[in-house]
Design a protein. Structure first.
Lengths: 129, 130
């Protein structure tokens, strides 16, 4: 108690409450969501047009630059936005700090790895045989 | 010290769920579901990149009852999260935050999700036959 009284009001408050990072998270979540609106609508139309298509038709479609680039942008925006969203879910529900930290690291690494895997598959379809 | 006899503040289970509360929870739930859907998308792209036999297996799975149910659930989650997300962006401008507007917006989001989902599956069915 004696130690607490010796500290200034500012010293007691610093480090508590907001980490001053919330605005950045809020903003990039919105920016990625705005990017995902047209990308999602394009994706739905693309999936409808590809419904029942064989692999040759898919490869021929992916050989065009626009579908390949849009698919890569969709993957990047989706996994970025998804990781930001899952971050909040983990922060809200996992009280144990070590578990929360561990889940956050695994979730972020998985998001990057899955996005890389998807982009590689698109490039292979688009540029390869 | 006994603490079990203390009065507790009301928690989730004692409230009748207002529509906005259900839709807010559904926004988060659909977002989590879409993360699973994104994994499915990567899996599908990888199967296509792998070769005809892997792609054929994937298409066979997606055409099965379980696959179609997954795709239908994905489409509902996608359109709901899209409509609800657009409402969130609209709310971010400071508009439609009063109770009547929130109810009106809720019905628009539910209706928009239903219309987009039904239109998409009609388009898939027509394209599949044609």
């Amino acid at each position: 108690m004696a130690e607490t009284r010796m500290r200034s009001p500012l010293g007691q408050a610093v480090g508590l409450g907001s980490a001053k990072e919330g605005v950045e998270h809020w903003w990039v979540l919105r920016v990625s969501s705005i990017a995902l609106v047209p990308l999602t609508l394009w994706f739905v139309i693309a999936v409808i047009s590809l419904a029942g298509a064989d692999r040759a038709a898919l490869v021929a479609w992916m050989h065009h630059p626009l579908p390949a680039v849009l698919m890569i942008l969709l993957l990047v925006a989706t996994f970025y936005h998804g990781a930001l969203g899952l971050q909040v879910v983990i922060e809200d529900y996992i009280a144990n700090e070590a578990l929360r930290m561990g889940m956050m690291i695994i979730m972020r690494l998985a998001a990057v790895a899955l996005a890389a895997l998807g982009i590689f598959a698109v490039l292979k379809l688009s540029l390869g045989a | 010290m006994r603490s079990d006899a203390r009065p507790l503040s009301p928690h989730l289970q004692v409230y009748r769920w207002p529509l906005a509360m259900a839709l807010s929870i559904l926004h988060r739930a659909s977002g989590i579901a879409l993360c699973a859907g994104a994994v499915l998308l990567v899996w599908w792209l990888c199967a296509a990149a792998e070769g005809p036999s892997a792609y054929g297996g994937m298409q066979h799975f997606l055409g099965s009852i379980i696959g179609l149910l997954l795709l239908f659930g994905w489409s509902v989650a996608l359109f709901y999260h899209l409509c609800s997300g657009l409402r969130h962006l609209w709310w971010d401008t400071g508009r439609s935050l009063d109770l009547p507007s929130v109810y009106r917006g809720s019905y628009i989001v539910i209706g928009g999700t239903a219309v987009l989902t039904v239109l998409t599956w009609i388009a898939v069915a027509m394209h599949g036959r044609g």
